[in-house]
Design a binder for this molecule. Sequence first.
Ligand SMILES: [Zn+2]
Length: 189
Amino acid sequence: MLPNEKGKIAVLVIDMLNDFVKPGAILEVPAARNIIDNIKKLIQVAHEKRIPVIYVCDSHRKGDKEFEAWPPHALEGTHGAEVIEELAPQRGDIIVRKRRYSGFFETDLDLTLRELKIQTLILTGILTDICVFFTAVDAFYRGYEIYIVSDGTASIDEKRHNDALEKLRMLARAKVVKTEEAINLLKKV
Ligand SMILES: [Zn+2]
């Protein structure tokens, strides 16, 4: 593929799970509730255009190594590990389960994307500075073109969110776009 030739595109929805999004959840990220509608709009356009929507979801085992850094969350098979009902996956959507921050680490995300001949990723979800960040960096390592939706991602506070976007712009050559711009991208496909 030539460097400037745009490959196929996919929308990634990262960790929009009950254990992170619902009020009072174990690892609640209140700002995650502000991005639900924007992600929903993106998903709708993706479905209309038959663009793959890939949910990248924490799914931990009991006693998972990650729980040395965090309280137990998103245990596989529990309600907490499910995507919030407002964004519930539909038929044809893909779910990739992960046990670490990056959606690429020891998962079949890369294989899935390569099989679908996807070169460009639109990243949404949480947290901008943790799972979105490490997934974007890993995508960069693998040569994907990356768009991060600034009003379709969230963190614990605005500073952490903005710092992460700036780092991704610098380090992962990510293009930071608003929902409307991302929708326009999808519509052009
Ligand atoms: Zn986790």
